[in-house]
Design a protein around this ligand. Sequence first.
Ligand SMILES: Nc1nc2c(ncn2[C@@H]2O[C@H](COP(=O)(O)OP(=O)(O)OP(=O)(O)O)[C@@H](O)[C@H]2O)c(=O)[nH]1
Length: 591
Amino acid sequence: MSFPQDHIRNFAIIAHIDHGKSTLADRIMEMTSTVSDRESTAQQLDDLAVEKAHGVTVKSKAVRNYYIDDQHDEYQYNLIDTPGHVDFNYEVSRSLSATDGVLLVVDATKGVQAQTVANFRLAKEAGLTIIPIINKIDNQMADIQKTTEQLLELEPTFQTDQILHISAKSGLGVDQVLLAIRDQIPAPAGDIQAPLTALVFDSKFDPYKGVIAQVRIMEGQLSAQTKQVFMASQVASTNKEVGVFTPEPQALQTLRAGDVGYLVTGVKNPDSIKIGDTVTNEIMPAKQPLPGYQEVEPMVYAGLYPKDTDYKEFKTAIEKLALNDAAFHYEPEQSEALGMGFRGGFLGIFHLQIIRERLMTEFGINVLTTMPNSTFKITLKNQNEPVYVENPIQFPDWSKISLVEEPYVHAKITLPNEMLNDIMRLAESRRGILEDLDTLGSMVVATYLMPISEIAYDFFNELKSVSHGFATLSTESADYNYSDLVKLEIAIDYANIDALTIITHRLKAERIAQNMVTKLRDLVPRKLQAMPVQAIVEGRVIARENIPPLRKVAAKGTKVSKKQQQLRRSGQAKVDIELPQAVFDAILDLG
Ligand SMILES: Nc1nc2c(ncn2[C@@H]2O[C@H](COP(=O)(O)OP(=O)(O)OP(=O)(O)O)[C@@H](O)[C@H]2O)c(=O)[nH]1
C-alpha cells in the first residue's frame, strides 16, 4: 500500500540507557497494531543474541507501523531503533540521518542523565524536531517536576505543557505520543519524480539472499527488479526485492521518497556495499550522491585468531560481520605464536567484545583476541616521512626511533556537577589535559585532550564506576601528539612471544611489566621444567618470574644453555607454548 508523503513520519527514540526506549518502542508497535498481542514478546527489536545477553541494543533497525488517528486517517510511522552504548554513537548519528524527528525519553525516577544530554545534542545538531517525554510516571519514585525543570535547562525552548508524561510500561499517555508524532514531526520532503537517491544506513549479509541494505529514500523511487548503482563503491546490480520490516520483512513493489525500507541488493560480495553510500537508478542516475556519513575510524586494534576453526571459514565469517558493522575494520595478520588471523580495528573495548561474541553466537567460532592498542606514528632517525604502525610487533627497534606520536581525542565527559572532582582525578590519571568546562543546569560537560590508548582500555567502565553510571563519554578525534612510548616484550623460556608484545607509556612500563609476568606465571600451562617469564624494554629485563615445573623435582638435563637461549631469543629455535585466552584477558585489565 502506498502512502502520500504527508501521511508518513520517520522518527527515532533516544534516551539514556534503561530509561525505557525499548519498552516505548514495543508499546508503539502494539498500539499501531504492527504486532499483535499474541506475537508480542518483551523487547521485540533486540533480536541479536548478543543484544539479549548484554541487554542493550546494538544494531539499528527500522520498523514500519500503521497508525490510525482520531480522525480515522491512516499514517505510516517508520520507527528507527537506535543503540544506547557509547561505543555505538556513530550508529545513533547514522540512524538519526534517516529520520525527521526524535522522541527524547527521560526516566522520571532518574531525571536527565548524561546520555540524555549527549543524544539530545546529536539530534539538535542534525536539526531534528525533538519531542520531550517523561517516562515511568507510574513509579512511586517518579519526580515529574524535577525532571521537567531539568528538561527546560537542557532546552529552554521546550514548553512545559508540551512535555508528555507517560508510562511506557502500562501504556498510559502513549496515545498522546502517537498524536504528537503526527502533529510535530514533519512529513518527509523529497520529489517522487526526481532521480533516485537512497541512503544506505545499515546492511547485513543473508546466506541465501546476499547483501540486504536498509535505506531511506530521499528522492525518487526504487522498484523491485530494477538496475541500481551504489555511487561510492561503483557497484551495479539488479535488485531482487524491496520491502519493509513490519517487523517481519514484507516485500513491496516500490519504495518512494520518504520511505524507509530494505533492499535485497543482488550483490553477493559483502565487501562491496558500504554504509553511507547512495543508491541511484542506473538508467536515470542522480548527478550527486547524498552527503555521506563520516568514515568511521577505529580507535583500537587487536589480533583475532580462530581457536579451532579453519582459517577460510573464519575469513568468511569476518567478512560477513564487517558488512553488518561499518565500524569494524580488518586485515590479515600472522603471528608466530598464534598462526594466521586478522588484525581487527574497533571503536572501543566493548565493540571488540561484541564482535568476539557475535563470532561465537552467529558463526560458532571461538576466537582468541590479543591486547588492543591504538595506531602509532613513528619518525625514524634516518627518514623524514613517518611510518604508521597498528601492530606492536612491527614497532621498530628503539635505537632507530627519533619520535613517537600517538592519536589523541577530545573526550567530552557529561556528568552531574557534584562529581566533577572525582572525574577530574580519573581523567588526569589517564594523561588527560582539560580543554573546556561547560555548565548545563545540573550537568557539566568537561572536555579533555587524551590519548586514545588511555581511553581504549577500561576508561569507560571506570568512568561508570566512579560516577555510579551517571557520566557519559563521547569522543572526537584530535591530532597525533608526542608520547614517551616504549615497546614491552615478553619472553617465556627465553623465546619472545610476539602476541604478547605491547606498547606502553614509559612511566607505566615497570608496573605493567611486573603485573604481566606475575599473571603469566600463574596462567601459562606448566611444563616438566621451570620456565622463566621475562619482560623486556629496550633490551633490558625489567621484570622476571618463574613458571614452576609440573613436579617439584625438575627432570634432569632440561636447563637451557646460553647458546640455546640466544637462538630462542632471535626466533631461530621455537618453543611450544600454549596461550589460553585467560592470559590475554588478564593482561587486558592492566591498562
Ligand atoms: N515502572 C516502569 N518501568 C518501566 C517503564 N518503562 C520501562 N520500564 C522498565 O525500565 C527498564 C528499562 O527499560 P528498557 O525499555 O529496556 O530501556 P532502554 O532504554 O531500551 O534500555 P537500553 O536498550 O539498554 O538502552 C525495564 O526494566 C523496563 O521494564 C515505565 O513506564 N514504568
